[in-house]
Ligand binder design. Sequence first.
Ligand code: IMP
Ligand code: MG
Length: 182
Amino acid sequence: MEQDIKQILFREEDLRLCVSRLAAEINRDYEGRAPVVVGILQGSFVFLADLVREITLPINVEFMSASSYGAGTESSGQVNIRLDIHKEIAGRDVILVEDILDSGNTLSRLIPELWKRNPASLRLCVLLDKPDRRVKEVEVHYRGFTIPDEFVVGYGLDYNQKYRNLPYVGVLKPSVYAQGDE
Ligand code: IMP
Ligand code: MG
C-alpha cells in the first residue's frame, strides 16, 4: 500500500487536531441538544469513529450509504441510496458526516432527501473539501481541510475499496489508477 502513495497530505497528528477542532465546534453549537450524527458509508467510518468520541453531547449515531462511484476516480453523477438510516429524524437536529466533498453530486442528492423527513435542522460536516471539481453547490458547515484536485486515499477513503485502513491521508500515485486494480 505505502508504495502506491505519492505524497502524504495529512498525518495522524494533523487529523487528530482537525477532528478535535471540528468536535469542539459541534459541542459548542449544539450545547444542550442531542443531535443525530449520520455517517455516510463507507468513506466516513474512520473519521466518524474519531469525531464522535470527541463529541460530549448525548448523540445518536446512524449510517447511510449512497453510491455514485464505480471503480474509477470520477463521480458518475448518478446517486443511489443503498442503505438508509433506521431512525425517525423528524424534529431532530441532524449532522451529516462525509469523508470528502468533490463534485457535490452525492450530497446534493442526499441532503434534499433528508430535508423531506422534516428534521429540526440539518448540517454537513466534511473532513475534506475538493472545491475545484464542484458541479453542484453544497453548503458545508464544518470543514476539516480544503485540498487541491488530486485523488486521495486513507483514513477511510478508498480507491477500488483499497487503502481505507491507511492511518493518514495521502495522494495516490496516478500510475495506480492508470493500470487498473490488479
Ligand atoms: P461527489 O459526489 O463527487 O462529491 O463525491 C463524493 C464521494 O466520492 C465521496 O464520498 C468519496 O467516497 C468519493 N471521492 C471523491 N473524491 C475522492 C478522493 O479523492 N478519494 C477517494 N474518494 C473520493
Ligand atoms: Mg465514498
